[in-house]
Unconditional design. Structure first.
Length: 183
């Protein structure tokens, strides 16, 4: 075979592989949804193995203000609240409305939607918030973190998915400070 035939065959194989990889990523994106990550700024515990939230049996998603110049869609937190409850249940965190309550409140610092350039280098949308864990009864701030809801595949684009990712990040943060179940 000539060199040009080999090059065409190699190019076709690479394209097929890339297409399969993209399809697999999109399929996983449907199942997993948006991702959520957190980065503590003011630790809620003096030691990594401490469990400062052990006494809390109720968790509420409080108010998040738009500190991004009015560019945050008003329904972002509606989607985050719906996912917050699902994520709490999935982590088997307590849900006792009459118990000691921890409120998560904050402000949205950045909100990004996919645009043409973003789609060219890969679909990426994210929302970044500075969140506080607050004891509802005393108003004391127990911890501060940046929480990020992020989408990286086309099937997860949109405000709903970013709200879901934000809720996932917040619940992961709570779960990291809560004692393992059964203790």
């Amino acid at each position: 075979m000539s060199k040009s035939v080999w090059m065409v065959a190699l190019l076709l194989a690479a394209t097929a592989t890339a297409g399969c990889t993209t399809a697999a990523k999109e399929g996983l994106g449907v199942v997993r949804g948006a991702s959520g990550v957190y980065a503590p700024i003011q630790p809620a515990a003096p030691a990594a193995d401490a469990h400062p939230l052990a006494e809390y049996t109720n968790f509420e998603l409080g108010t998040f203000t738009d500190d991004f110049g009015g560019k945050v869609p008003t329904d972002l937190m509606m989607y985050a609240r719906a996912e917050f409850s699902k994520q709490l249940a999935g982590k088997k965190l307590p849900d006792n409305p009459g118990g000691k309550t921890l409120v998560i409140r904050g402000r949205i610092l950045h909100y990004e939607s996919a645009d043409t350039l973003g789609m060219a280098i890969g679909p990426l949308e994210e929302v970044i918030a500075r969140a506080e864990m607050v004891d509802k009864e005393t108003g004391n701030v127990l911890g501060v973190a940046n929480v990020v809801g992020r989408t990286t595949v086309r099937v997860n684009l949109g405000v709903e998915k970013k709200g879901q990712g934000l809720a996932k990040a917040i619940v992961e943060w709570i779960d990291s400070l809560y004692p393992p179940r059964g203790q």
